[in-house]
Design a protein around this ligand. Structure first.
Ligand code: PHE
Length: 358
């Protein structure tokens, strides 16, 4: 058998000289792997006489454990060095003032909201807001959603703990609650849009527990379905920056609008890529309808004198459609490379005049 001291010294020296994790692994395999030098010597033990075998086995075990320890501490040292190097490489100096080459990016949700505001702002809509934490009345009852309606059930709605008076607040399941707050607090005529967060207990490729919606509401004496259609067709064309995008109104149901419709835009999906504005396929993008008289009445607006229309759309959805993002969940990963790729230059304000997208 070869001199074990020499073998051990040679292996330990090689380990200590290894410069990368890959080199360490190579040494490990050549010494302790299935066909490694130490392993082969161990396999040879069986051929020795019993007392020789015992002594040789013990010495080989010592070699093996010394080499294993050396491998481990060298691996630790190198991993630490690699981590330090990576941390130094990726270091962000937050005290530096923004420079064009390394400034932050606007999240696509913010960009999309800015674009929506620019379009509806041009049509004379004002911006309104409401709380994320709502009560049953504003989120459901006033919107003509009776207590037994499925949208109220626990699996859709996040409820907060019960209060002393037995009621429970909830996280609003749609921005429609702000329709109610606005109608309660302002005199008609009204013309508002409400971008904001909505929450539903749901999570998969196309649903996240928190998402964004924009609500629209007009209340006046003579508004009718024709205004609703004209307004939303104009929005689709401006937003998708495709003057001829086909828009289809499909009858639908919402408790708070009557009649109700869903709006689809024309697209093609041939060859696995989605193209807005051409082809013979349809994609649903929003829900809308004439405000239900019961909703006006619940807010103290005389439904024999006033009428209106409302719509609600998912912001992530129309952002994904316009900017070709395949997975909804990436919106909320706070992943810098993703943001660098899909984000927008922060100082390019979206306007209809200069163009929505920088
Ligand atoms: N609130 C509805 C939803 O979340 C959308 C909607 C708003 C429909 C306004 C009609 C009118 O699905």
């Amino acid at each position: 058998m070869e001199n074990l001291d020499d073998l051990q010294n040679e292996l330990v020296a090689a380990v200590n000289a290894a410069a990368t994790l890959g080199a360490i692994e190579e040494i490990r395999i050549s010494a302790l792997g299935r066909k490694g030098r130490v392993t082969s010597l161990m396999k040879g033990l069986g051929a020795l006489a019993p007392d020789e075998r015992r002594a040789a086995g013990q010495s080989l075990n010592v070699v093996k454990s010394v080499v294993t320890d050396a491998l481990e501490s060298r691996r630790d040292a190198l991993s630490e060095a690699e981590l330090d190097a990576a941390l130094a490489r990726d270091r962000v100096d937050i005290t530096l003032t923004a420079r064009p080459e390394n400034e932050g990016r606007l999240h696509p949700i913010s960009q999309t909201i800015d674009e929506i505001i620019a379009i509806f702002g041009e049509m004379g809509f004002a911006l309104a807001e409401g709380p994320d934490i709502e009560d049953d009345f504003h989120n459901f009852t006033a919107l003509n959603i009776p207590p037994e309606h499925p949208a109220r059930q626990m699996h859709d709605t996040f409820y907060l703990p019960e209060q002393p008076d037995g009621t429970r607040k909830l996280l609003r399941t749609h921005t429609s609650s702000v329709q109610i707050r606005t109608m309660q607090n302002c005199e008609p005529p009204l013309r508002i849009i409400v971008p904001g967060r909505a929450f539903r207990c749901d999570s998969d490729m196309t649903h996240t527990p928190m998402f964004h919606q924009v609500e629209g509401l007009i209340v006046d004496k003579t508004v009718h379905m024709g205004h609703l259609k004209g307004c939303l067709i104009e929005f689709c064309r401006a937003y998708f920056e495709t003057p001829n995008v086909p828009v289809r109104f499909r009858p639908s149901f919402f408790p708070f609008t009557e009649p109700s419709a869903e709006v689809d835009i024309g697209c093609s999906r041939s060859g696995g890529t989605l193209k807005i504005g051409e082809g013979d396929d349809w994609l649903e993008i929003l829900g809308c309808g004439m405000v239900h008289p019961k909703v006006l009445d619940a807010c103290g607006i005389d439904s024999t004198e006033y009428q209106g229309f409302a719509f609600g759309m998912g912001i992530e959805r129309i952002a994904m459609l316009k900017y070709g993002m395949p997975d909804l969940r990436t919106f909320f990963d706070a992943d810098m490379p993703w943001l660098r790729h899909y984000g927008f230059a922060p100082l390019e304000v979206a306007t209809l005049l200069r163009g929505l997208t920088p």
